[in-house]
Design a protein around this ligand. Structure first.
Ligand SMILES: Cc1ncc(COP(=O)(O)O)c(C=O)c1O
Length: 443
């Protein structure tokens, strides 16, 4: 683990001194990438750490520091880094070919696992990411219903394509830069606690094709949704002939082997999968009712082709490497053991964080989360977004990194590879970091 640089120096100074090689790499990156990063979420003040190896629940920075990882591949690594079964499957497949430009048996086996595990999955189409999956599901819903509009919920993230950009976290009144006003106008965003408002919306607008949500609440439970909400949405969408899309890009295989739809006992019309489904490699899928999915079929009927067929290509659809990794992951996920283990670790971490916060008298801070998610908030005021105080979030992250822990800002995801020792180390790191932030008057 990183030896905590003792609090004789400022947090930021210690961070600079500890992650010197990362700093040097960031100077190079700044010349190549906007902001020096390749994903908005990896932006960090004053600079991010650079990682060159990972194993189990740990990763190692270019500076030689070992970190307990709570990013877990943006959620893709429920089984931790380098799980033996997945490494073996990918290694073997890499030697046999990474892209055949042809159908292959692994894609069938991969889809067999999805249809076996995920309740609504009658048929499947593979894509390369979660963003592509929601893009496809929305297009399918529009094609199937002949309607235009999409209903989503505030803060729910469904990727970064135009159809789902409601200005979440920034504004809900006008399109984000680059998003066409007419696309923005076809998106209706609602609060995620009010079934009456949902019903009014569906009842009074006959142009709604699909209602979509993250089934455990925005950002994997970052904004909790009331009990019965998902069931209520199923009933309302059926009543008003709107398709129900559960975006299980994160919850798929974190909540249960069949995702949140198994957990809630609610079958959507369509579901989107990515992250865990591809075993930590790039990949995603849309699955659902066969009659809706059939719109992807090519038929020798020009009328069908012109009016019903939804066009779909994608160079890396069902890439053999991702298929091999995905099959290996789903076989393990199917037992439920790893999901339960990751949940148990998150539960303990949430409890330990709460103890630390109480011990430091930080009454405005809260820890919450469901399943394998751990979330922190630093304000009692519900109008204060957990993501608003960038300086504090980045200071917290610097402190945690200095103490050998990599959190996703104020969030974290556990895996089945995290050990009780990792959790205890993380709680101690949190306490030490908060002490430092208190000493510097940052909290
Ligand atoms: C619920 C949800 N949907 C869609 C996406 C987009 O997936 P990707 O990053 O693979 O494009 C994400 C990514 O975090 C997600 O959490």
């Amino acid at each position: 683990m990183t030896a905590p640089a003792l609090q004789t120096t400022s947090l930021e100074e210690a961070y600079h001194r500890t992650f010197l090689r990362s700093y040097a790499l960031y100077q190079r990156a700044l010349k190549r990438f906007p902001n020096g990063v390749t994903h908005d979420g990896r932006f960090m003040l004053p600079f991010p750490v650079y990682v060159n190896r990972a194993d189990g629940s740990h990763k190692w920075t270019e500076d030689g520091h070992q970190l307990i990882d709570y990013w877990m591949g943006h959620g893709a690594l429920l089984l931790g880094h380098g799980r033996a079964e997945i490494v073996a499957a990918v290694t073997e497949q890499a030697a046999r070919g990474t892209h055949y430009g042809a159908c292959h048996e692994l894609e069938i086996e991969w889809a067999d696992w999805i249809t076996k595990l995920v309740p609504c999955a009658e048929t499947v189409r593979f894509v390369s990411s979660g963003t592509e999956a929601t893009l496809m599901a929305i297009r399918l819903a529009r094609t199937f219903t002949g309607r235009r509009k999409v209903v989503k919920f505030y803060g729910h993230y469904h990727g970064w394509h135009d159809n789902v950009m409601d200005g979440t976290g920034i504004n809900h009144d006008h399109p984000l830069p680059g998003v066409l006003p007419e696309v923005f106008d076809s998106l209706i965003s609602l609060p995620s606690h009010d079934l009456n408002r949902v019903e009014d919306t569906l009842k009074n607008d006959s142009d709604i094709a699909v209602l979509m949500l993250e089934p455990t609440g925005a950002l994997f439970g970052g904004v909790e949704i009331p009990d019965g909400f998902v069931t209520g949405l199923r009933e309302l969408t059926s009543k008003y002939g709107v398709l129900f899309l559960m975006d299980e890009v994160v919850t798929g295989f974190r909540c249960a082997p069949g995702g949140a739809q198994e957990h809630f006992g609610v079958k959507p019309d369509l579901t989107t999968l990515a992250k865990i489904v591809a075993g930590g490699l790039p990949g995603g899928a849309v699955a659902g009712r066969a009659d809706i999915m059939s719109l992807l079929e090519i038929r020798l009927d020009p009328v069908w082709q012109a009016n019903r067929k939804m066009v779909h290509y994608g160079t890396f659809n069902a890439c053999p490497l991702s298929a091999a990794a995905g099959i290996a992951a789903l076989k393990i996920v199917a037992t439920g053991r790893d999901i339960a283990l990751a949940n148990e670790r998150a539960d303990t971490l949430r409890r330990r964080f709460a103890e630390v916060l109480a011990g430091r008298g930080l009454e405005n801070w809260h820890v919450f989360g469901t399943f394998s998610g751990v979330k922190l908030s630093y304000s009692n005021d519900p109008r204060v977004s957990r993501r608003s105080n960038l300086a504090l979030i980045h200071a917290l992250r610097q402190g945690m990194l200095l103490h050998g822990v990599d959190m996703v800002g104020v969030d974290g995801l556990t895996s089945s590879a995290h050990t009780p020792q990792d959790i205890e180390h993380t709680a101690q790191a949190f306490d030490d970091t908060l002490a430092w932030l208190q000493k510097e008057g940052k909290i």
